[in-house]
Ligand binder design. Structure first.
Ligand SMILES: Cc1ncc(COP(=O)(O)O)c(C=O)c1O
Length: 371
């Protein structure tokens, strides 16, 4: 078999399973992107900073660092009440890099089974002993922690990693219970706040701050690419962990830094999102109205928040339902394996603050119809 025929066979297999993908430019009303506060919807572009370079030229450890990032990191740490923040190029790099840096072979890392691919890939790089606990099942997690703590060799650390709002399921982690559990077993908790940054808690700083448990987590990961409408991401952690990551995290050291002009966007966007209580209120009103409209049509998706998963089941019916919604002008996509487990394909609706309430009601009716 040639290399080309190996790839062709793999692609044919995806086609046969209804899982083949290709790029397509955006069309129709956006119910797909994670632009929860509507910042990307053309309301306002962040002003360019004319004095700042628009290209990245090298790693932050070389000439890729710029004073604007010190300012941004100070603002981010203050926003979260964290000791320190560290900007990285993407949420993917931040999660994978953080986990790969803090967990060593021989350590034990428990991860919620529905966690994002970059968390799972962090485990692949770090190669610790792994434990996937059933989604939000703290009894299952405790079974794992208890067994590990009993036989834990000296110097071996335990970690637990979860998302705060699950990106494809729309439900939230039980953070207060999780910190109690991790404290009880001396484990370290890492929380991926990709889908909550900007939308949850005091001034939009996320679920960890809303739950008042900042001092009890090892680190949180936040991305700019969702509600904040910015390229890049950051980790909130202690000053010591920031220094450790700066010196040893390969995903930070061996990649070109974001351009300084992007730092100016962050500097401008942070106060905007902190003060956007009106946006957060509208987001929650829209979410409540959309979920209520689905309920009137007999649909009851999981969770309570703005990520709304309508589970269809198999691949083909989910793709057909999404295509019909797209034909009617709603950009709703079918989410299939490997993003979600086989047999749980779904329509994932992302509610935004700038959606029109009447359109959300029409979409709910359309979903009920196409299903
Ligand atoms: C839960 C979660 N974590 C991390 C990421 C990666 O973030 P980024 O898009 O900034 O790489 C995503 C992106 O889809 C995500 O959904």
């Amino acid at each position: 078999m040639t290399l080309a025929s190996r790839w062709t066979a793999a692609l044919d297999d995806l086609r046969a399973k209804g899982r083949h993908r290709s790029f397509r430019p955006p069309a129709g009303l956006d119910f797909t992107s994670n632009d929860y506060l509507g910042y990307g919807g053309g309301r306002r572009q962040p002003a360019a900073a004319p004095d700042l370079q628009v290209t990245g030229m090298s790693s932050r450890l070389l000439r890729g660092h710029h004073a604007v990032w010190d300012e941004v990191e100070t603002m981010l740490a203050a926003w979260h009440g964290a000791e320190a923040a560290l900007v990285m190029t993407s949420g993917y790099a931040a999660n994978e890099g953080l986990i790969a840096t803090v967990a060593e072979p021989g350590d034990w890392v428990a991860v919620d089974e529905l966690s994002h691919a970059c968390i799972i890939d962090g485990l692949r790089v770090a190669r610790p002993r792994k434990f996937l606990f059933r989604h939000n099942d703290l009894n299952h997690l405790e079974d794992g922690l208890r067994a590990e703590a009993a036989k834990r060799p000296e110097g071996r650390e335990l970690f637990v990693v979860t998302e705060s709002l699950f990106s494809m399921d729309g439900d939230t982690a039980l953070l207060r219970e999780l910190v109690d559990l991790t404290d009880r077993y001396g484990a370290h908790l890492i929380v991926d706040e990709a889908h909550t940054t900007g939308c949850f808690g005091p001034r939009g700083s996320g679920c960890v701050d809303a739950a008042g448990v900042r001092d009890r987590v090892l680190a949180t990961v936040h991305t700019g690419g969702k509600a904040l409408g910015l390229p890049g991401a950051y980790v909130c952690a202690s000053v010591l962990l920031k220094e450790f990551l700066t010196n040893t995290c390969r995903h930070l050291i061996f990649t070109t830094a974001l351009p300084p002009a992007v730092g100016a966007w962050w500097r401008e966007q942070i106060p905007r999102v902190q003060t956007d209580d009106a946006g957060r209120r509208t987001l929650y009103e829209n979410t409540t109205a959309f979920r209520a409209a689905l309920a009137r049509h007999g649909l009851a998706p999981a969770g309570r928040d703005y990520v709304v998963p309508v589970v269809v089941g198999q691949d083909d019916p989910a793709v057909r339902a999404a295509s019909e919604l797209q034909r009617r002008g709603y950009d709703v996509r079918a989410i299939r394996p490997p993003t979600v487990p086989a047999g749980t394909c779904r329509l994932r609706v992302s509610v935004h603050a700038n959606h029109d309430a009447a359109v959300l009601a029409q979409l709910a009716a359309a979903i009920a119809e196409v299903l």
